[in-house]
Design a protein. Structure first.
Length: 631
């Protein structure tokens, strides 16, 4: 039996069979809308209209925001994409000696940089750099990874620095195929005198993140002072960078370049040091480890400043290799150490100049005598004089002239360590001199309180004995001795040692000694040079004075028969330090010369001849005079 079909509902099979699939839905929709019960969805139409209106409002608002509200800003950004800034490195100011001889200047150098934003394939580009340079790819990758976050993507990242001209020519012939790479011209620091001035000038190297954070004018690739005067005078020596405006197309190809700001080089600086005198002082050491200071006592200007051995500071300005750095760092001769200001030593008998001033200021008569039998016994300890058998009866002047230890033992015991500490600190020891070089050390003036803090033990009389002759815990720098001797000569002013020719006289304190005291010590030094332990520097054509010192490094070594071991019989590191502190005056010119030789032995036999060579250069050759004494 056949079922009757609804007239309003066509068979689905008929629709599916007689019409394409895409029109099935339209057929059903037509039937549904023709149904008498159908009502249009008014709420849906309104919602659709609201959505269209909101979309239109958002588009108009965004268009207003981009084109009107921020139009100028985005126009500037678009202009900036077309124009790039290229820095022009400014040369550092030259450093000259007091006669305009060049000690530090600049040379042209080439570097290879990468602009990441313009580079299509960084790994392949870095591989090509390795092929050009012969540097292992791992090192180039390490450099890239290390520095890529320190510069923006559109700024040059230096990958190779100080490349030679042959390599530059090779790169330039192929660089057109490598977008993002560019050879840039820079200046590199050059030190023609190398190690002779290394500890005075210091060196420059690439800026690090900490330095960039502290100074917003610095950028990756800049060279800044790291040591010596290069560090201390960084602001004066550093120039002001220039700027190019570079126009580029969408593919980063340069269309034109315009100079916006010219670079300005740093200030030129003249040192007080004389190159010829520095060289003579350097050569006088003959490779021995030690240092020398030549100072004008009236002005405080340093005319020579030698530390031996030293290092070639050009190694740092070009980027020191790991091999060279390890060799410097592990050397048992410590070439990186600035011995004039950073090494502290027991001053030995040179310290007796200070003790003499203290004795006089405390009322001890220079005519009072002491008998020196060659040693003093304190409990179960024996404190020897340097001269076996002793000096016999000595007064203050002869004690200085012949460097009698027993005299100073006994007089210091009367004064006490507290007065010694007070007077030494008032005389400039135990604190920096203020010289314009980094990392100056203070030395050490021992005291009861210091020993208790350091060792948890009380001070004993034997330590006062040791302190009186510059042994025990007492430590000084050679430049402190130069300042003290200068104060004896210039009227009592303790001066800041000056390294720049144009710097004025700076008084940092007054020596706590009357004119009579200073004059007595100067006279005693004169006699020590003419007939005592400093006779090695004596010359008839000049007024000379001096005081030698032999500073023990370890406890006194004795051989068979209670004989003191010779220097040659001792291990190098156990040998005494050799000191001599001198002054010389001729034709209205006065100089203080202090020499210290590490593990050199006797002051008169080792340090003295070096000082003599320095005076021979200052005053001209003199007739040789045989040395006397052993201190």
């Amino acid at each position: 039996m056949t079922m009757l079909k609804n007239n309003n509902t066509p068979p689905s099979s008929d629709i599916a069979e007689n019409q394409p699939r895409g029109s099935v839905f339209r057929a059903w929709l037509k039937i549904y809308m023709e149904n008498e019960r159908y009502q249009p969805p008014r709420n849906g139409v309104i919602l659709l209209q609201v959505l269209v209106g909101m979309l239109f409002f958002v588009l108009v608002t965004r268009l207003w925001y981009l084109q009107i509200h921020h139009g100028d800003e985005f126009a500037r950004q678009a202009h900036g994409n077309r124009l790039r800034h290229e820095r022009i490195f400014a040369p550092r100011g030259r450093i000259l000696d007091n006669n305009d001889k060049v000690l530090a200047d600049n040379r042209t150098a080439w570097a290879l940089s990468l602009v990441r934003e313009d580079c299509r394939d960084i790994p392949v580009t870095l591989t090509q750099i390795s092929v050009w340079s012969g540097i292992p790819l791992s090192q180039i990758w390490e450099k890239y990874q290390q520095d890529r976050f320190k510069v923006k993507a559109f700024e040059p990242l230096l990958l190779l620095t100080d490349i030679n001209f042959d390599l530059v020519a090779l790169i330039e012939s192929e660089i057109y195929a490598w977008p993002g790479l560019k050879v840039v011209v820079r200046t590199k620091r050059n030190y023609p005198e190398k190690d002779m001035f290394a500890h005075v000038l210091g060196y420059v190297a690439e800026v690090n993140e900490k330095e960039m954070a502290a100074d917003e004018t610095l950028a990756m690739g800049d060279l800044v002072g790291k040591q010596g005067l290069e560090l201390e005078l960084e602001k004066q020596l550093r120039g002001q960078k220039g700027l190019y405006d570079v126009e580029v197309d969408a593919h980063a190809r340069m269309l034109g370049k315009a100079l916006r700001e010219e670079p300005r080089s740093g200030n030129e600086m003249n040192l007080s040091i004389n190159l010829a005198l520095q060289q003579a002082s350097w050569e006088a050491f003959g490779g021995e480890a030690g240092c020398a200071v030549v100072m004008e006592p009236d002005s405080g200007k340093l005319r020579a400043f030698v530390t031996s051995p030293a290092y070639d500071n050009n190694l740092f300005s070009t980027g020191i290799s790991k091999r060279d750095w390890d060799a410097l760092r592990t050397s048992n001769r410590f070439p990186l150490q600035n011995r004039v200001i950073q090494s502290v030593y027991p001053p030995g008998s040179v310290w007796k100049l200070l003790m003499t001033a203290l004795f006089l200021e405390r009322g001890i008569s220079p005519r009072e005598t002491v008998f020196c039998p060659g040693e003093v016994t304190l409990g179960n300890q024996v404190f020897r004089c340097w001269k076996h058998g002793g000096h016999g009866s000595v007064n203050m002047e002869s004690a200085i002239t012949n460097s009698c230890d027993v005299y100073f033992y006994l007089m210091a015991e009367r004064i006490g360590i507290d007065k010694i500490e007070e007077f030494a600190k008032a005389s400039g020891f135990g604190r920096p001199t203020g010289i314009s070089l980094p990392h100056e050390r203070s030395g050490l003036v021992p005291s009861r309180e210091w020993k208790w803090r350091r060792f948890g033990r009380a001070w004993v009389r034997g330590e006062t004995y040791n302190t009186s002759i510059g042994q025990g815990f007492t430590l000084v720098t050679p430049v402190q001795i130069a300042v003290y001797v200068s104060a004896l000569l210039n009227g009592g002013d303790m001066l800041k040692p000056q390294l720049l020719e144009n710097d004025g006289r700076v008084v940092t304190g007054r020596l706590p000694a009357k004119a009579e005291t200073r004059n007595f010590i100067v006279g005693a030094m004169r006699k020590t040079a003419s007939a005592g332990t400093a006779h090695v520097v004596y010359r008839r054509d000049a007024d000379m004075g001096g005081k030698t010192g032999t500073a023990q490094v370890v406890k006194l070594k004795m051989g068979a028969g209670d004989r003191r071991l010779r220097t040659s019989e001792m291990e190098y590191t156990q040998r005494d330090h050799a000191w001599i502190a001198t002054w010389g005056s001729k034709n209205g010119r006065t100089y203080v010369v202090v020499v210290m030789v590490e593990h050199g032995g006797g002051g008169s036999s080792v340090a003295g001849p070096i000082a003599k060579k320095i005076y021979d250069h200052i005053f001209g050759p003199a007739q040789d005079t045989p040395a006397r004494g052993a201190q």
